[in-house]
Design a binder for this molecule. Structure first.
Ligand SMILES: Cc1cc2nc3c(=O)[nH]c(=O)nc-3n(C[C@H](O)[C@H](O)[C@H](O)COP(=O)(O)OP(=O)(O)OC[C@H]3O[C@@H](n4cnc5c(N)ncnc54)[C@H](O)[C@@H]3O)c2cc1C
Length: 483
């Protein structure tokens, strides 16, 4: 399989102004003695100093290397990750775990002089237990490889982020991700059963269990789900697999306002119908994606025929007041659901563009939607601010905002201002800072406010598990100065 690539390439001559020195020879010697595979070429180092954070994309567009890690290390096993972390601890060099580097918040950007720990050679699907439906997989396996393996045997994990082709299992877990069919299959925390973790000092531990649930104190597995490479390196995971669906049904409706559509989604979920896909777009996004003037709701469910019929029946009842739209809208969404090419060309043309996914209870969602869209629209230079509802729950949903702006002068300042204002609007409305992209570097400055006094617990866990602060310092708002 061709490995997915980064959004844009460095223009030729980008490194003409010089390449900083690689990691110290003493470190490289130790890596060599430990027989670890590593690279120090300028191509490898510049490439691993970026991810899909729009600011990385903007840097690359003008030939600027955001960061020059000192070395790129490519282990193939938990044992090799362990050796690397022991060496990095001795040298006190920061280590950034990297999967597909599809993170959109800078969490996988390895800092200057640090170790870029490329985990994509941990690429084996290890085993499938077809009685329990458990698949054991190495952390660097990409979505398509995992699903191809499972589908051939009649199984699926059901985790399909838009970045399916770009992201690894380790990255899904480290970012606490959510797939597009997750109303049916669950978010990654519902799918993962156990993990092999390499701690900062090189110790290898197992967390979780193959049992479906355990009551042995607080859930230690959860500590690492969403830890973004700051508390340990995930090298293997056991995930729950399901039998592939044999039946599917689709529908599409149009609402005269986003709030009306949100209300219908709430009623559907609160009648215990949870279609795999239930996505509601505001007027701007409905027009952009489907050429429709009113707010489009697309629905898809899959599974056992009885359940799907029942679910879609409830959906139909709760959308009785809406316009029935052509079901081909769902097909259109399916065709484009893994498109990832929109961001880079806009940044290359000087447009500041990004997405902000957050969540809130039904009680606050309408206010939050209005407040964030109006706040973004008020930013000078803003061209468009829009929203869709992408994941729904019995008690609330994820709202996914998109903004595009043309800066008068400083694009980074405009970008930062849009994020500051939108985030404060979310928190003031009672929403959560992130639903599935995580924190990375971009949101690090908001974490203490979002968590309140409980932030101290996160800080304490960091100092306990990574006393030398070598694991992705600064990401998640811990162990470094936020961007
Ligand atoms: C176009 C686009 C669409 C997207 N759509 C979705 C979506 O629908 N749903 C969704 O959830 N996300 C989405 N994302 C965000 C991103 O793809 C996810 O966060 C993904 O899970 C990251 O996986 P990765 O392998 O690329 O991780 P990376 O980007 O390499 O890393 C992300 C973070 O996880 C840490 N990390 C990575 N691997 C490990 C490991 N093995 N152990 C410890 N830490 C690790 C890194 O240090 C970093 O902090 C999208 C991104 C893009 C560019």
């Amino acid at each position: 399989m061709t490995k997915p690539s980064m959004p844009n390439e460095y223009p030729s001559g980008s490194f003409a102004s010089g390449v900083p020195k690689p990691a110290p020879l003493a470190l490289l010697d130790e890596l060599q003695r430990a027989r670890l595979e590593f690279e120090t070429s300028s191509d490898a180092r510049s490439d691993h100093g970026r991810d899909w954070w729009p600011l990385s994309i903007a840097d690359v567009a003008v030939g600027r290397v955001p960061h020059w890690p000192g070395v790129v290390v490519k282990p193939r096993s938990s044992d090799e990750v362990s050796q690397l972390l022991r060496i990095a601890s001795t040298h006190r060099i920061p280590v950034t775990a990297q999967g597909g580097r599809s993170g959109v918040l800078g969490g996988a950007v390895a800092p200057d002089g640090g170790v870029a720990l490329d985990l994509t050679k941990l690429d084996e699907v290890i085993s499938l237990d077809e009685i329990s439906g458990h698949v054991r997989v190495q952390a660097g396996v990409f979505g398509p490889e995992l699903e191809n393996f499972l589908n051939a045997r009649g199984w699926t994990v059901g985790h399909f982020p838009q970045s399916f082709d770009l992201a690894t299992v380790g990255g899904w877990i480290a970012c606490r991700g959510a797939g597009q069919l997750s109303n049916r299959y669950g978010k990654i925390e519902d799918i993962v059963r156990s993990l092999t973790i390499v701690l900062a000092n090189g110790d290898v531990i197992e967390v979780g269990s193959n049992a479906p649930r355990q009551a042995i104190g607080p859930d230690l597995l959860s500590l690492f789900v969403g830890s973004e490479g700051t508390l340990g390196v995930i090298t293997e995971a056991t995930l729950v697999a399901r039998r592939r669906a044999r039946f599917e049904e689709r529908a599409a409706y149009g609402f005269s306002s986003f709030e009306e559509g949100l209300e219908a989604c709430r009623r559907i979920l609160q009648r215990d119908a949870s279609p795999a896909v239930l996505r509601l777009y505001d007027e701007t996004e409905s027009q952009r994606n489907f050429g429709h003037a009113n707010c489009a709701l697309i629905v898809l469910d899959e599974g056992e025929e009885y359940f799907v019929h029942a679910t879609m029946h409830i959906v139909g009842e709760e959308c009785a007041g809406a316009t029935v739209l052509d079901v081909s809208l769902v097909e259109r969404w399916m065709e484009h659901r893994n498109d990832v090419g929109a961001l880079a060309p806009l940044w290359e043309r000087g447009v500041v563009v990004d997405t902000i996914e957050v969540s809130g209870s039904w009680a606050v969602l309408s206010t939050m939607y209005r407040s964030v869209v109006e706040t973004l629209a008020s930013v000078e230079g803003m061209l468009a601010a829009s929203v869709h509802q992408s994941h729904a729950y019995v008690d609330g949903a994820c709202l996914y905002f998109t903004f595009a702006a043309r800066p008068e002068d400083n694009a980074t300042l405009l970008y930062r201002r849009a994020w500051d204002l939108a985030t404060h609007a979310v928190l003031a409305s009672g929403g959560a800072l992130s639903h599935h992209h995580g924190v990375g570097r971009n949101r690090a400055r908001f974490v203490a406010e979002a968590l309140g006094p409980s932030f101290a617990i996160l800080v304490a866990m960091k100092s306990e598990l990574d006393p030398l602060n070598i694991l992705n310092p600064g990401v998640l708002g811990i162990g470094g100065v936020p961007w």
